[in-house]
Each structure stands twice: as structure tokens, then as C-alpha cells.
Ligand binder design. Structure first.
Ligand code: GRG
Length: 255
């Protein structure tokens, strides 16, 4: 499945002489593709052909990559390394990093609008879902809380929005593509898995949740959330073994 994601990303952003595409490809390279894998796994769970989910799955990865590029900028987290190589603003320039992030964000919505084999209603639902999850009530709202607010007070809310919202979008996408009317269970899984994923990230960075709760409590919180997500995953058709595997990889990752 990861191969299909890579091939589709190459189709969407082919190697070219464009400086923008060159920088976009540089940043896209090396991601684990967890979010697009979630979309494909949910579509597969509901017996939907994977091909119909590829463009939407890649749109989520484009948004995720844009968020990493902008998050790494000197005015945000000021990071030097991303995906095992220099961050985009280090390898190129700050202006190129801002514009490449802007391009990936904009292009994600173009990719949804031109996704093959989906109805206008499905595309509309995908666009609305991604806009909401990536926007002020989701990822950007979470980033604002992270940068500007008392992070202790907003401990859960910040993590749910900053990280959980896009993971939820990835799962909801699978449901929309598979014509599911009720996305509540996918949203619940997204909430638990997204929060657990961010707490694991805090643990690996020895930051955030660890400073606030201590290592043991942070680990217990991540475990509890992961098991809650698993219980919900197991109520999906066939017990959703593929989704279980990806959820497991997200929580028990070593990098
Ligand atoms: C600046 C618009 C804007 C948003 C920033 C999501 C986010 C908000 C910033 C990303 C920084 C970060 C480390 C967030 C925590 C979530 C996380 C662990 C991201 C890394 O995701 P992986 O492990 O990365 O899936 P790869 O590289 O494998 O895709």
C-alpha cells in the first residue's frame, strides 16, 4: 500500500525543472505515510477499491508535509533536521520553505477536487472535512495554542487539535470514500489514536506530556488511549486487521 502512495505522489508532483516542485519533492521524501495509510486502511475495511482512495490519501500527506515545513521555520520551532535531512529552509531558504508549504496546502485541495471516481458530494465532504481539520478548529488552532497559550491549561485540547485533527481527517476520509453516513466511530478512533500518537511523540522527545505528567503517567495515558482506539477499531467490519496494524505501528514506533 505504501508503494501505491509513493507512485501516486510521484504522479501528482512529477520530477521537473520547477523550483517549487523540486522543493516539494525534497520535503515529501522520507515520510512514514501513516496518515495516507490510515485512509487506505479504512477504505479497504469497508471493501472500497483502494484506487478511489489514493488521491484523497495523498492530499492528507500534502497537508501534513506543509505543516512540517512551516512548523520547522525559525519563527516556529526552528528545527534543523526533518525526515533525516536538513529542513527545507536550511537546504534552500526561508522564502522557499514558506512558498513550498503554501503550495502543498493549496495543491491538496486541487487534488481533492480532481480525485477520480468520486462523486461531487463525496469531493465536497472531503474538502470540507480537510478544511475543518486543518483549519482554525483543528491543526492551525492547535498550533496557535502551542505557540501562544498556557500549554498546561490546554494540554489535551492543543494535542487533539494540532496532531489529532489531521489523523481524524485521514480516517474520516476512508469513511467518506466508502459512502459511510455516520463517521462518529472513525472520529472517536481519530481522537484517541491522534492523542496517543502525540503523547508518544512527547515521550520520544522527553518533552510536553513527560514534563507535565511524568514518564509513567504519560505512558499510561498513551496506552489507555491506544486500547480505547483498538476497541473501537475492532467493531469495524471484519475487525479491521489492517487498521489495527497501522495503529500499532503509530504507537509502538521506534522513530
Ligand atoms: C505550522 C500550520 C502549522 C502546523 C503545525 C502538525 C504540526 C502543526 C506540526 C508538526 C510538528 C510536530 C512534530 C507535530 C507532532 C506530530 C508529529 C509527531 C508529527 C510527525 O509525524 P510523523 O511521525 O512524521 O508521521 P513523518 O515524517 O513520518 O510523516
Amino acid at each position: 500500500m505504501k508503494d501505491l502512495i509513493e507512485t501516486t505522489l510521484q504522479e501528482l508532483i512529477p520530477p521537473s525543472t520547477s523550483k517549487l516542485f523540486e522543493a516539494a519533492l525534497y520535503s515529501l521524501e522520507g515520510g512514514k505515510r501513516l496518515r495516507p495509510l490510515l485512509t487506505l486502511a479504512v477504505a479497504d475495511t469497508f471493501n472500497q477499491p483502494i484506487e478511489t482512495a489514493l488521491y484523497p490519501a495523498c492530499a492528507v500527506e500534502l497537508i501534513h508535509t506543509y505543516s512540517l515545513i512551516h512548523d520547522d521555520l525559525p519563527c516556529m520551532d526552528d528545527d534543523d533536521i526533518r525526515r533525516d535531512k536538513p529542513t527545507l529552509h536550511k537546504a534552500y531558504s526561508e522564502s522557499r520553505a514558506i512558498l513550498t508549504g503554501d503550495f502543498l496546502l493549496t495543491y491538496a485541495f486541487e487534488v481533492l477536487a480532481k480525485a477520480p471516481q468520486l462523486s461531487p458530494n463525496q469531493k465536497n465532504a472531503l474538502i470540507l472535512t480537510l478544511a475543518k481539520r486543518a483549519g482554525s478548529e483543528g491543526m492551525i488552532g492547535g498550533q496557535v495554542l502551542d505557540m501562544e497559550e498556557n500549554s498546561h491549561e490546554h494540554f489535551i485540547e492543543m494535542r487533539l487539535k494540532k496532531t489529532g485533527a489531521l489523523i481524524s481527517a485521514a480516517l474520516e476520509f476512508g469513511g467518506i470514500i466508502a459512502h459511510q453516513e455516520d463517521l462518529t466511530i472513525l472520529q472517536t478512533i481519530g481522537r484517541d489514536l491522534g492523542l496517543a500518537f502525540q503523547i508518544v511523540d512527547d515521550i520520544l522527545d522527553e518533552d510536553g506530556a513527560v514534563r507535565m505528567l511524568g514518564l509513567t503517567s504519560a505512558q499510561k495515558m498513551a496506552e489507555d488511549l491506544y486500547h480505547s482506539a483498538l476497541e473501537h477499531i475492532q467493531t469495524l467490519p471484519g475487525g479491521a486487521p489492517l487498521l489495527t496494524t497501522i495503529a500499532n505501528e503509530m504507537i509502538y514506533r521506534t522513530v
